[in-house]
Structure formats: structure tokens, C-alpha cells
Design a protein around this ligand. Structure first.
Ligand SMILES: *Cc1c(COP(=O)(O)O)cnc(C)c1O
Length: 384
């Protein structure tokens, strides 16, 4: 195996799901988001571990992600959160993927395709309601009309209804009010559908922050993502939840590791990497680490990540290259040997100095982007 790889702790992943489930009523379904290759952690193994931990549904974004899961034996219901194009509809049906639908054009496309293949059973779709995310979904005023079009079609059935929050990870008074209005509007949309004599099916609205902060909004199903991979959503932090009296313990699933592939002596005045941005001010030893921005370990991490070797951290020197970077281990360091393991970021209880949240905070992004940015060249190694 290459020195650079991502350790994926499925034990942490499963305990994160179980700790979230502990907030919920036993009958509430859990739809674990495994889109974007399981937030970079590996979709197939995370999907299987999610099932073991009691997940009822899995959320994907693309048809190709659903095909990958099905071809690897994943049999849970798959909810597709993004729209696909008409050419992909035959595969949505063939691989039993549940799409989100909110307009008559797409209802017709599905109905026609199901007619063409002579479908016997009704095909379940969920109706998306846009209550303020401004992405996909029907507005609450037209929810009953679209629900009617679904149930009146020849081959479709309304399996569920959902909405998605835009600012449920924020605690500013305006954002809290916005989220409450979104929830109210979703409840109105559900009532409009029920008043039209239509069963809304599985009702779901909670992403990670809403699941943690508003378990009273769990309805029939929740859709956590980031939290199952071990990160708290923005302002819904560990401390906030403790103070509120509903603590939830979660641990990072991904730890990015590498190794020392060479140790080289540098004399005072010799410089390191592109651009000569660092020059040795005294004699020292430089360890070469075979990981770079081609692995998703970005150039702008060099002031932030403090790689650790055998429990001690060392500074990155010079620019991070595409495939390698260098750290300063100091002259004649007996604690570092060639081929030693280097921990870059992840689970601090396993020796990481920073986690994806720390990197995200320092680079003006979110842990989602740090994890999904770890490229496909980095092998995912699973720890049960
Ligand atoms: C990605 C996504 C989720 C999960 O979001 P997290 O913030 O990771 O919990 C839930 N619902 C929808 C519609 C999504 O797109």
C-alpha cells in the first residue's frame, strides 16, 4: 500500500449513527447521506456499515452513485437528492432509485418510461417542497396539485414528502426564525396534501443540524450527513448541545496519513521546494512526505496542518507540491525514522493534531469540502 492513504474508522461511523439514533423515537427512519463517495469516506463501505448501524435509507446525488451501490450489493432504499436528466431515467428505474420530483414534466417522463417497460408495480417517488432553500422543490401552494398529478399518474406513487433547510446550522435570531418558518411552511404543505385526500408518505426535513437541534421535527425520517462522518454542523457544536442538555458524542471517521519516504540533511542556507519560500537558518534534517495537492492536501494547508510522527508534531517547510511536501524534523532527531507513519489530519484521539474542522476554519470553508476533496488517488483503508 502507498504510504499516503485515508484510514476510515467504521467503528466511529457506526457509533456516530447509533448516538444520533438515540435522540430519535425508535420508529423514526434514518436516511444516511452517502453522496459524493460518502463525503469522501467511501460510499460502498459506508453504506454497508450504515445498514449495520440501523440506517433505513441512503441518500445519493447522482444515478452513477446508485449504480455503484447496487452493483456492490447494497439493497437499502436509495433516495436521490439531486435531479438527473431524461436519458438517465431508465437506470433510475432499473436500479430502484427513489427520485425527488416536483413538476409535471418529470412526472410524465417517469410515467412514460414505466409504461414502456410494462411496469407492474407502482414506482415510489418523493415530492420535494421548496420552503426557502431555493434549490429544488415545489412551493407549498402547489404541493397538493403536484401530489395529485403523482397519484393520478398510471405508474407513480407518492412515497414521501420532504424539504431542506438553508440555515439550520446557524443560531443567529434571523436564521433561527427563517428555519422555523421553513418548518411551518413544510407542515402547511403536508396539510394541503392531506386535505386533498392524499397520503404524503414518509415525511422528512431534518439534515444534520436540524436532527441535532430539533429532534422534535424528526417526523417519519431524518437525513443526517456530516454528523455521521464525525463533524458538528457549524454553530450546532458539541458545547452548544451539551449546554442545551442534549449532548451527542461523535468522532471523525477519516484520518489522512502518510509516511516518511526520505530523510535528508540540509545545511544552513539551503532552501526547500518551489519558489524558495523557505531556507534553512541552521543545519537541520528534512523529511519528505509523499502527499500533495494531487491528493487533496492543498497548498494552502501548509501553515495549518502540523503533521505528527510518533506523537510529536513538525512544521511543513516550503510549498506543498502536487505529490510531495517536506517537514522540518530538526537536526539528528532520534524520534523519526525513515518509513515512520505521519498523521496529517483527522481523529485527535488517534494522534492527529488538527481535524477537518480546524483546517476548514483556517481556510474559510467547511469540513465537507476538506473530506470530499481528498482525491481518488488516496486509497481508503477501513478499520472496523
Ligand atoms: C446533503 C443533504 C443532506 C445532508 O446534509 P448534512 O448537512 O451533511 O447533514 C440532507 N438533505 C439534503 C436534501 C441534502 O442535499
Amino acid at each position: 500500500m502507498r504510504l499516503t492513504h485515508a484510514e476510515i474508522n467504521l467503528g466511529n461511523f457506526k457509533s456516530n449513527i447509533k448516538n444520533i439514533k438515540a435522540l430519535l423515537e425508535p420508529q423514526t427512519k434514518v436516511c444516511v447521506a452517502v453522496k459524493a463517495n460518502g463525503y469522501g469516506n467511501g460510499a460502498v463501505r459506508c453504506a454497508k456499515a450504515a445498514k449495520e448501524a440501523g440506517a433505513d435509507f441512503l441518500a445519493i446525488a447522482a444515478v452513477s452513485e446508485g449504480i455503484e451501490l447496487r452493483e456492490n450489493g447494497v439493497d437499502l432504499p436509495l433516495l436521490m437528492l439531486s435531479l438527473c436528466c431524461p436519458e438517465e431515467i431508465p437506470d433510475v428505474i432499473k436500479y430502484s432509485i427513489t427520485p425527488l420530483i416536483f413538476d409535471k414534466e418529470v412526472i410524465k417522463l417517469y410515467d412514460r418510461e414505466l409504461e414502456k417497460i410494462g411496469a407492474q408495480l407502482k414506482f415510489s417517488v418523493h415530492m420535494a417542497v421548496d420552503t426557502g432553500m431555493g434549490r429544488i422543490g415545489i412551493r407549498k401552494e402547489e404541493a397538493a396539485e403536484i401530489a395529485r398529478a403523482i397519484v393520478n399518474s398510471k405508474h407513480l406513487t407518492l412515497g414521501g414528502m420532504c424539504t431542506h433547510f438553508a440555515v439550520s446550522d446557524s443560531l443567529t435570531p434571523e436564521d433561527v426564525a427563517y428555519t422555523e418558518k421553513q418548518h411551518d411552511d413544510f407542515m402547511t404543505a403536508i396539510k394541503n396534501v392531506e386535505d386533498a385526500g392524499i397520503n404524503p408518505g414518509i415525511r422528512h426535513c431534518c439534515n444534520s443540524p436540524a436532527t441535532l437541534n430539533h429532534p422534535e421535527w424528526q417526523l417519519d425520517m431524518v437525513r443526517p450527513g456530516i454528523v455521521v462522518y464525525g463533524y458538528y454542523p457549524d454553530q450546532i457544536t458539541k458545547e452548544y448541545l451539551e449546554k442545551k442538555g442534549t449532548p451527542v458524542e461523535i468522532k471523525p471517521v477519516m484520518t489522512l496519513v502518510s509516511g516518511v519516504c526520505a530523510i535528508r540533511h540540509f545545511s544552513k542556507g539551503q532552501s526547500v521546494s518551489y519558489g524558495h519560500t523557505w531556507t534553512a537558518e541552521e543545519d537541520t534534517d528534512i523529511a519528505v512526505i509523499p502527499c500533495g495537492y494531487g491528493d487533496g492536501f492543498l497548498r494552502r494547508f501548509n501553515e495549518i496542518v502540523k503533521p505528527s510522527i510518533n506523537g510529536k508534531s513538525y512544521p511543513i517547510r516550503g510549498r506543498i507540491c502536487m505529490d510531495q511536501f517536506m517537514i522540518d524534523i530538526g537536526h539528528d532527531n532520534k524520534d523519526v525514522k525513515r518509513w515512520d507513519k505521519v498523521i496529517l489530519f483527522g481523529d485527535k484521539t488517534c494522534g492527529a493534531i488538527v481535524d477537518a474542522q480546524d483546517i476548514a476554519d483556517a481556510t474559510n470553508t467547511i469540513p465537507y469540502e476538506i473530506m470530499t476533496g481528498i482525491s481518488s488517488r488516496v486509497e481508503r483503508v477501513y478499520i472496523e
